[in-house]
Ligand binder design. Structure first.
Ligand code: AMP
Ligand code: FE
Ligand code: FE
Ligand code: ZN
Length: 289
């Protein structure tokens, strides 16, 4: 039998810091999570683990449990699928190599987008760099912040709805592995993979039963069905499949600080589910602060 642990408060397994596109440093984010009354928080920056150490130190001081994680960019055809990866070994060579490849591709893609946008709007690459920290995973949110700073959009969300929307014509893809390979990499590194927001408009159609069955067979562990962007019909369909394939169901905020309206703890995960995630992981350990 697995050890029964007690978690002191609500559990939120999906948040972003300034290491990717959140607005708080990892330490600030962990302190905000403790202050908001959460008992456990996972740090899941896009394609990066650079925040783990600072988040762990802050968790020990703030007295909150930290689950180190990452939101792994993957792709099916022309659409991105995000895979939450918990408690893997951050020094695993295959994962490190893949993360570096994705981050490099993101950088090139962001530069190309900015070059194209710069033909029509006053915007430079330096404007975007001013919105990042040295080890941030650069993405459209940083371009959005630069557009806001230049007065071309009112908020980050406005930039996403306008200039950064694929319909505006500046959108570009970046390299990302397919979800099956990402699941295999995370498992091989001792981690636990959960598909992020699988019932959103863009992702739900990419998750027919056959693909889920294949991912489950490769070691997919769960589906994040509690997420504000999931759509009710797709969530209901995926809940049935989660049951059928023995996948756990998580719920999380996808907090980005002031970068998105999502609030810490707005969706949470059951303690029994977190126990199963911890018991399945061999790559790294939670920080019980
Ligand atoms: P990218 O991966 O560079 O294409 O950018 C996608 C990221 O932008 C995701 O991680 C989202 O969290 C973020 N994002 C998407 N839509 C919005 C929005 N409307 N407002 C703020 N952030 C967004
Ligand atoms: Fe994000
Ligand atoms: Fe995501
Ligand atoms: Zn996210």
């Amino acid at each position: 039998m697995p050890v029964t642990r007690s978690f002191r408060g609500p559990i939120d397994l999906h948040t972003h810091s300034s290491v990717s596109d959140g607005t708080e440093t990892p330490a600030e984010l962990v302190r905000a999570a403790a202050q908001s009354g959460l008992g456990t928080v996972a740090l899941t920056d896009h394609d990066a683990t650079a925040g783990w150490d600072d988040a762990a130190a802050a968790a020990r001081t703030a007295g909150i449990t930290l689950i180190p994680g990452m939101e792994f960019s993957t792709r099916v055809d022309y659409s991105s699928v995000h895979l939450l990866a918990y408690l893997f070994d951050p020094t695993d060579a295959a994962i490190v190599t893949e993360m570096a490849r994705i981050r490099a591709a993101r950088l090139t893609r962001a530069e190309q987008m900015v070059q194209q946008i710069g033909l029509d709007y006053a915007l430079t690459w330096d404007d975007v760099l001013a919105q990042t920290t040295p080890d941030s995973t650069v993405g459209r949110p940083h371009i959005a912040d630069a557009l806001v700073a230049r007065g071309h959009a009112r908020t980050r969300s406005d930039a996403f709805a306008g200039i950064l929307h694929w319909k505006a014509g500046y959108y570009q893809q970046h390299y990302a592995p397919d979800p099956l390979r990402a699941v295999q990499l995370v498992r091989a590194a001792g981690g636990v993979p959960v598909i992020a927001h699988p019932a959103t408009r863009g992702v739900a159609d990419l998750m027919p039963e056959a693909r889920l069955a294949e991912l489950a067979a490769a070691g997919l562990f769960g589906l994040e069905l509690g997420h504000r962007e999931n759509r009710p019909e797709a969530t209901a369909r995926l809940a049935v499949l989660a049951e059928k394939y023995g996948l756990v169901v998580t719920g999380s905020s996808d907090y980005h600080g002031t970068g998105k309206p999502n609030l810490l703890g707005e969706n949470t995960t059951a303690p029994e589910v977190l126990e199963r995630i911890i018991d399945a992981a061999t790559g790294s350990a939670p920080i019980y602060g």
